[in-house]
Write a protein that binds this ligand. Structure first.
Ligand SMILES: Nc1nc2c(c(=O)[nH]1)N[C@H]1C(S)=C(S)[C@@H](COP(=O)(O)O)O[C@H]1N2
Ligand SMILES: [Mo]
Length: 532
């Protein structure tokens, strides 16, 4: 490598080290402000809100619950590329590099100050990160060019390549010291800051200390039928279990850093078009009669055959009771929920109040809600997609109208009212699987039409006649329904399996192919399996 190339590489390194110092300082200061104020998180959250819905859908489809890790990796890579450019610019002309850092810092400040649910102090980590980055850049560039240094052997002509010393680094000792110092600061600040954030803002200790009261109305009978399902069909092996364990429950939200809400200070304010404003503490909620219900929650972004649907036993307070106490006025057709992280989710009041088990949920599968699933309190409304009903980390509920307020996803073009659509899925066998000719193959899966119910499921092999599957018993219409059809392949080669479900009224699910946007996917799920 000639001197020129080596100098370029070194300039890039100067940029990377300075950016690392900026990011590290940002994380460290964010540990004193709050985790969402971290510049990288703030930029990521802004990117999430700026991303057009089709791209979001694509990301959810491609990466699922990994979408956040992918986004953060992308941001780090982009910052690294910009940092190299800034470094190269700075070694030529320091002011130019400093300007670049300032622009990046300004982006961080802007994102922190415009985030959903932002606070004024959220800008502080970005400001400190920018200043730290500028300081590091200045020191490292001066060591390289020998400008502005007392001990330097340079001529001070950092701008002019012709008069520059013919060495790579004008002040080698100063550069080494600065570089090692910057790297150490970045690593300690970054990882230390993150660790501090995790200890200072962590709801898991509070969560672990909670003992939920027993429900006055339990989902016990339901547990029996879930067990019966598994026994009858061996669905544990051949399909999906009725209950989704919390660790496997799908997760969809825009929170790059999971809100850590302290149950001791948590409050839910119920206001707007009501006769009496209510403010409930966590203790108030637990003091009320709790019910426990099996509910299948589904995401509107779920593709036909997708996995953004899960079933849990939710424990909570019936929301309609609370709303009757507040006295929701006629005309308030929307209940607008706001979360600790500024998400807004609007539900149709009539649906919440129609007698179904809409809840302010505090528990999931017998334990307090997991932090990722909304601890301490979330909404659950059987029959509505999550984006119009299932606000996690809820802190505010306003009785309003659809005309007056558009919730977050609705502003993105999604349907304002989101009833779950009748659908079905084949879980076994999978498309990649082989089955044996002449053997009995359980074709199994789930079908759902929450709060309406599934009355029949049929399976079709290679375009032939539709065959009726056996349905598992269900606790209520609010959950998915497991089904199984025993199929004996009679010939080798590829076989196409399709499934369709019928609702409680005998209506079949729509075969028209529609993408999830804007009101949920339709079409029949099919898998192709090989028999040999
Ligand atoms: N605060 C908050 N609540 C939210 C969301 C969100 O992004 N933020 N996403 C909603 C969507 S789109 C769905 S499908 C459900 C998913 O709930 P889960 O992550 O517990 O499965 O949460 C809903 N509640
Ligand atoms: Mo969703």
């Amino acid at each position: 490598m000639n001197l020129h190339t080596r100098r370029l590489a070194l300039s890039g390194l100067v940029g990377i080290l300075s950016a690392a110092v900026a990011v590290g300082a940002g994380e460290l200061v964010a540990s004193l402000v709050r985790p969402v104020a971290s510049p990288v998180i703030a930029i990521g959250n802004r990117l999430i809100t700026l991303t057009p819905e089709p791209v979001k859908l694509w990301a959810i489809r491609e990466f699922g619950t990994d979408d956040k890790r992918v986004l953060l990796t992308g941001i780090y890579l982009a910052v690294a590329v910009l940092a190299v450019l800034i470094g190269v610019a700075a070694v030529r002309r320091l002011a130019l590099g400093l300007f670049g850092v300032a622009v990046l810092g300004a982006v961080g400040c802007y994102c922190a100050l415009t985030a959903n649910g932002h606070q004024g102090t959220d800008v502080v980590p970005s400001v400190f990160g920018t200043l730290a980055g500028m300081t590091a850049l200045t020191a490292l560039v001066r060591a390289v060019t020998g400008t502005g240094s007392v001990t330097g052997t340079g001529t001070g002509a950092g701008l002019d390549a012709a008069t520059r010393p013919a060495t790579l680094v004008a002040n080698r000792r100063q550069f080494l010291r600065g570089g090692v110092g910057a790297a150490a600061f970045a690593v300690i600040g970054g990882f230390g800051g993150r660790a501090l954030q995790r200890t200072r803002y962590n709801a898991s200790a509070a969560r672990a200390a909670i003992r939920l009261p027993e429900p006055v109305s339990s989902a016990g009978a339901v547990a029996n039928s879930a067990a019966a399902n598994e026994a009858a069909f061996d669905l544990g092996k051949s399909g999906v279990p009725f209950l989704t364990p919390a660790a496997k429950f799908y997760r969809i939200d825009t929170a790059l850093s999971v809100p850590q809400v302290d149950p001791d200070t948590w409050q839910l304010r119920i206001h707007g078009l009501v006769d009496r404003e209510l403010t409930l503490s966590y203790a108030d909620l637990l003091a009320r009669p709790l019910v426990e219900r099996w509910v299948t929650l589904a995401c509107v972004s779920n593709e036909v055959g997708g996995s953004l649907i899960s079933t849990a036993k939710f424990r909570g307070v019936l929301l309609a009771d609370v709303l009757r106490e507040a006295g929701v006025r006629p005309g308030a057709d929307q209940l607008l929920a706001v979360s600790a992280d500024g998400m807004t989710i609007g539900s149709p009041t009539a649906v919440v109040m129609d007698g179904r088990d809409a809840m302010l949920a505090v528990g999931m599968n017998g334990a307090p809600l997991p932090t990722e699933h909304g601890f301490p309190v979330r909404m659950v409304v059987p029959g509505l997609y999550g984006y119009v009903s299932a606000c996690k980390w809820i802190v505010d509920l306003e009785a309003t109208t659809f005309a007056a307020h558009q919730a977050y996803w609705v502003r993105g073009g999604w349907a304002a009212r989101g009833p779950v659509l009748l659908s079905s899925r084949i879980d076994r066998p999978t498309s990649s699987g082989f089955v044996a000719v002449g053997s009995q193959v359980p074709v199994a899966g789930v079908a759902w039409d929450q709060h309406v119910g599934v009355s029949r499921v049929e399976v079709q092999v290679d375009g032939g006649a539709w065959q009726q599957a056996v349905l598992a018993p269900v606790p209520s219409t609010d959950t998915w329904r497991q089904w199984v059809y025993l199929w004996t392949p009679t010939s080798r080669g590829a076989h196409r399996l399709r499934v369709r479900a019928f609702d409680a009224g005998g209506r079949p699910q729509s075969e028209a192919v529609a993408r999830p946007f804007p009101a949920g996917a339709t079409g029949l799920h099919e898998v192709t399996v090989r028999a040999r």
